[in-house]
Design a protein around this ligand. Structure first.
Ligand SMILES: [Zn+2]
Ligand SMILES: [Zn+2]
Length: 368
């Protein structure tokens, strides 16, 4: 097995098949655990909607792929430890029941870990974004498994596993601040509006709040310590957008939740809003130069948000909005030179790259 100069992978050297076998093996084992212990490992809101038979077939697919790519690694390289782990995981998954694993009767628990959500969302996003980034790359030379991908995967995993805790926590400030107000009248009016109006209103309101909070995170040296973690990404891609310090995530999301709480949008509108918001957040970080035409003036696109991550001093403090560029236009922070992209991202070379070091970094003294 050899690496190219960038420390990347070369096709047919066995490293990619190693990782694929490992990942699918691990996913299969975790998925079997989810089937075995749904009361602890599944999110109740999702659980009711699962097409269990389809998921069993997907599990069968990940098991087969893990074995196939494991075998390929054995053929291609002697350095096949990840593949051996992958096959071990898949074997344990099969011994525990594999895709035929039985779901026992269970009682709901007060707190669940969103392992189901982590596996599903990771699979769905990987299937959507890895091909997009390979076919329409912004930086062709950037690899899917670029440096620091494990750090960003850790952020992704934690935000998904603790989604229930996160959701409860971000709702607290809104209920404390506005719970005493009689909002029923306005909410009764909002809930009757057409779905599309409600979704757009939810996006506009949250983006306005998010804009203010985001600018404050850049303006305050104390808050910047936390937000700097998000700006430390050197290689922007779909996974990197997950890199947000827990303090940044909790403060930003709990503030953005206030208008959602005050206006009390319908459950359906809230659902569409969440999916759209999550998808756009991932898209705007992704390593793609897809041409969005006139849409790029209406909605935040990768090119637009990449400029927010630019590490060229003359472009600092631009493009704070995450949904609508118009908000930046109104407040004088809009920046989108035609067809141009930043030459570098990040906050310099001395920023820690591991999850744990980034977690404690904002609390350290003697900083610039
Ligand atoms: Zn920022
Ligand atoms: Zn970003």
């Amino acid at each position: 097995m050899t690496l190219n100069q960038d420390g990347g992978f070369v096709l047919w050297e066995g490293k990619i098949s190693n990782y694929v076998s490992f990942c699918f093996g691990l996913i299969s084992l975790l998925a079997v655990m989810v089937f075995l212990f749904p009361e602890y490992l599944t999110t109740p809101e999702l659980r009711q909607h699962y097409p269990v038979d389809v998921l069993r077939q997907v599990l069968m697919g990940t098991l087969i792929l893990s074995f196939l790519f494991g075998m390929l690694s054995f053929v291609l390289t002697r350095n096949n430890r990840p593949a051996r782990w992958g096959i071990l995981f898949s074997t344990i998954a099969i011994l525990l029941g594999g895709s035929e694993v039985e779901i026992k009767e269970y009682q709901d628990k007060a707190f669940q870990i969103g392992l189901d959500w982590l596996i599903l969302d990771l699979l769905i996003l990987a299937v959507i974004f890895i091909p997009i980034e390979r076919i329409f790359p912004r930086r062709k030379e950037q690899l899917t498994l670029r440096s620091e991908w494990k750090t960003d995967l850790t952020y992704f995993a934690i935000s998904h596993l603790f989604i229930q805790l996160m959701a409860v926590t971000v709702q607290k400030p809104a209920t404390l601040l506005f719970g005493w107000m009689g909002l029923l009248e306005i909410q009764a009016w909002v809930v009757e509006l057409p779905l599309i109006i409600q979704v757009v209103a939810a996006l506009v309101c949250t983006d306005l709040v998010q804009y203010a909070v985001h600018r404050t995170f850049h303006a305050s040296s104390l808050l910047w310590r936390f937000h700097e973690v998000h700006h430390s990404i050197k290689d922007l891609d779909w996974l990197s957008g997950s890199r947000i310090h827990i303090v940044d995530a909790l403060l930003t999301r709990s503030m953005a939740f206030i208008p959602l709480y005050v206006f009390g949008f319908s459950t359906q509108a809230f659902g569409v809003y969440i999916v759209f918001m999550a998808f756009q957040t991932i898209l705007i970080h992704s390593n793609t130069n897809i041409n969005f035409g006139v849409l790029k003036y209406l909605l935040v696109t990768p090119q637009y948000h990449h400029w927010h991550h630019s590490n060229e001093p003359e472009t600092y403090g631009k493009n704070f909005a995450v949904h609508f560029p118009l908000i930046d236009k109104v407040f004088g922070t809009y920046y989108l030179p035609e067809g141009e992209w930043p030459s570098k991202y990040g906050v310099g070379t001395d920023f820690p790259t591991s999850f744990l070091k980034q977690l404690t970094h904002p609390f350290k003294r003697h900083r610039k």
